[in-house]
Design a protein. Sequence first.
Length: 273
Amino acid sequence: MAATDVNPAALSLQSELRRKRFTKMGLIWGVILIFIAWCVHGTIVEDTDWSRIGGRSGVLASMGRYFTLDLGLFSELLIPTLETFMMACVGTVLGCFFSLPVAWLGAANVTPSKMILYPVGRFLMVLSRSVHEIVWALIFVSAVGLGALPGILAIAMRSVGFISKITAEAIENIDAKPVEAIRAVGGNQFQVMYYGILPQIYPVVLATVIFEWDINIRRSAVMGLVGAGGLGLLFFRQMNSFNYGGVSMVILAILMLIILGEVISHYLRKAVI
């Protein structure tokens, strides 16, 4: 048979397989599009009060209120901005301390008990990530009152899940040879952690903490919506007084604070990682 000869049966089989593949992909994408359309119809079309929007002119008029800045509020932004920044910093540091024992319990290769303490550590990670920071803030506001403290505690509790999970997974993926060598010469648990495990997970943990701090700046900016101080509280007051220019000023302050956090985290990663 010549090299240019082609088996008609093989071509027909390939064509049939290609047609079935395209049909299958078409059905999958069709189901996805139908599901998206159903979600849009249920959540946007039916659940929106279109009569209050008032058409394009009403939307533009409502949005236009926020383009006027209340410059008189500028002097009142400094203290809440600093408070928001410090809430993120202190909450992240506190979250790191809370994360260490949780990560130790939740790492399968170092946990004291795989049957009892390992599930406890993993449950604490899931609990921290499952509860929103606003809910944590509401809990702590009811427990300790208004101010920055409940916001710091809420940020710390929300940070535990992410930091401890990444740390525990980094511990589980370490090279076991240095750990075995330290134990072989009589090293205790602290020496194993400090000399055998910490040097291996240090870059991952540090990068995770910096990233979480960057996220916590955003979280701390809305803590005041439930009475936990900072820019969120000032934002809530401006909204209640219908001072749209003041709302825009607070939003700009939050934006500048987030940009500052991005710049600082960028240079921290370059300096220490």
